[in-house]
Design a protein around this ligand. Structure first.
Ligand code: APR
Length: 253
């Protein structure tokens, strides 16, 4: 078991690895957005302990669209809609601007990395900021759709709109998948931030990087599936606090 407290040496070593990296990537999960007010999916306060994940099951969505959309609206549009990026998202955007971060693979659909200024964001599970008509493929922004009448329908053909993010039982967007694997195989350092590593195939991205020789630095408030497995340096704590400290150490060295 990794030591509970982050030793100064761990933080210093992580900062040096980041500073000297040539092809670092980040792999983020719901934990990086917790400090923006968005609960994680798992854990004591997790969304899946309050809502039934079947709302994101593709078959259930097709057979019970109104029921599914009612929960989806509550979680991903009422709740997520008002969230703002936090310092953890901002530090990653600055690492990218400084040329330290080559790619950001996220499991999140909250658009907060983009709002913080990250450009090369590979959205493994899509993005809640787009709704799509499965029939004519017309794309809508949430603000273009009246979510007080559920399920929302396409103006062109009255088909039920679907959020353009990945449901359980649905495939991963082809381009995001390919580019994420490519980035993982080229990475020399991976920052795993705020994820349990529970959900495949997303969870195998850091493992792919490790297999190709990358050094794994993990930031999480709790140990995850990675911690006693592929993680080299485990920095326990809140994403924004740890990333601000790392940013400060890098700037000072
Ligand atoms: N800072 C860093 N990590 C945190 C913080 C924080 N402030 N708060 C919570 N965490 C950690 C938790 O310890 C946990 O390991 O974030 C992780 C959240 O885990 P999950 O809720 O399982 O989120 P994630 O790993 O992203 O889930 C993957 O599951 O439901 C699907 O599609 C959904 O993309 C999601 C996928």
């Amino acid at each position: 078991m990794k030591n509970k407290l982050n030793s100064k040496a761990d933080m210093q070593l992580a900062a040096e690895l980041i500073r000297d990296s040539r092809s670092m990537i980040a792999f983020t999960g719901a934990g990086i957005s917790v400090e923006s007010g968005i609960p994680p999916f798992r854990g004591p306060e997790g969304l899946w302990s309050r809502y039934d994940p079947q709302c994101l099951d593709l078959d259930f969505f097709h057979s019970h669209p109104k029921e599914s959309w009612t929960v989806i609206k509550t979680i991903f549009y009422d709740f997520f809609g008002k969230a703002e990026f936090n310092q953890a998202h901002r530090v990653l955007a600055d690492f990218e601007a400084k040329g330290l971060l080559k790619a950001l693979v996220t499991q999140n659909i909250d658009n907060l990395h983009q709002m913080a200024g990250s450009k090369n964001v590979l959205e493994f599970h899509g993005n809640s900021q787009k709704l799509i008509c499965p029939h004519c493929k017309k794309i809508y922004l949430p603000q273009e759709v009246n979510l007080d009448v559920l399920p929302p329908r396409c103006v062109a053909d009255k088909q039920i709109l679907k959020p353009d993010f990945v449901f359980f039982g649905e495939g991963i967007p082809e381009e995001a998948y390919r580019r994420s694997i490519e980035a993982a195989r080229k990475a020399d350092v991976v920052l795993i931030i705020g994820t349990t590593g529970e959900v495949m195939p997303a969870a195998m991205i850091p493992t792919e990087a490790k297999r190709a020789g990358a050094t794994i630095i993990e930031i999480n408030t709790e140990p995850s599936n990675y911690t006693n497995n592929i993680t080299e340096i485990f920095l326990q704590g809140k994403a924004s606090e740890i990333l601000l400290k790392l940013e400060d150490l890098i700037q000072r060295n």
